[in-house]
Design a protein. Structure first.
Length: 203
């Protein structure tokens, strides 16, 4: 039986820390008996494997928490904890040990009627194609720079520059996507000449 690749959960470390602290606003809980609940207005977290347990208590002010990620399904999170995270504009993500997403929540913001109307009219008034052209243009600028300055492939860089120039003459989304695809083929072919395989995107 072939073992499946799973998310890393725990490795023994003699400097194992028992206090959970955010790293760039993110806390990841793993192991067994995971717990997230609220006591006296504080978010209480606990995780770990066997006797090696971590815990934390976060007040509503100064916690620096932006996202709580839970790996695995052995444990509990209360509705009060989910509400605490929502009140603090912090997201919650629950992942299976193979990395698949089981559940997510995020900050809920009020709807902007003007923005929704602009989004609805974007295709009919030409805004959508203008945005698409600008986004792809900036992408091709980056690809051209890497190809010219890092890969030293001036022929490929000039070709990408020509694709970027061609964007100014298109008025259909299909044409924009076609130019993006052609430039991408040139860009990754330049990488392939170095013997570095292009990244594979999961199906």
């Amino acid at each position: 039986m072939v073992a499946t690749q799973t998310l890393p959960q725990y490795s023994y470390d003699r400097n194992f820390r028992t206090i959970i602290t955010p790293r760039q606003g993110v806390i990841t809980l793993f192991g067994y008996g995971i717990r997230a609940q609220v006591e006296r207005g504080h978010l209480i977290l606990e995780d770990g494997i066997g006797p090696d347990r971590r815990n934390a208590r976060f007040p509503r002010v100064g916690h620096e928490l932006k996202r709580l990620v839970v790996i695995g399904s052995d444990g509990m999170i209360t509705l009060a904890a989910l509400r605490w995270l929502a009140d603090q504009n912090a997201a919650f993500v629950m992942l299976e040990r193979d990395g698949s997403v089981l559940a997510t929540t995020g900050p809920v913001r009020s709807s902007d009627a003007r923005l929704r109307r602009a989004q609805a009219l974007a295709h009919s008034n030409g805004t959508a194609i203008q945005l698409a052209i600008e986004l792809i243009r900036q992408k091709l600028v980056g690809q051209e720079r890497v190809t010219r300055e890092r890969l030293k492939n001036f022929i490929a860089a000039d070709s990408i520059a020509q694709f970027r120039t061609a964007l100014s003459a298109v008025n259909r989304l299909e044409a924009v996507l076609s130019i993006e695809a052609s430039a991408a083929l040139t860009y990754w072919s330049a990488w392939a000449e170095l013997g570095i395989p292009s990244p594979r995107v999961p199906a």
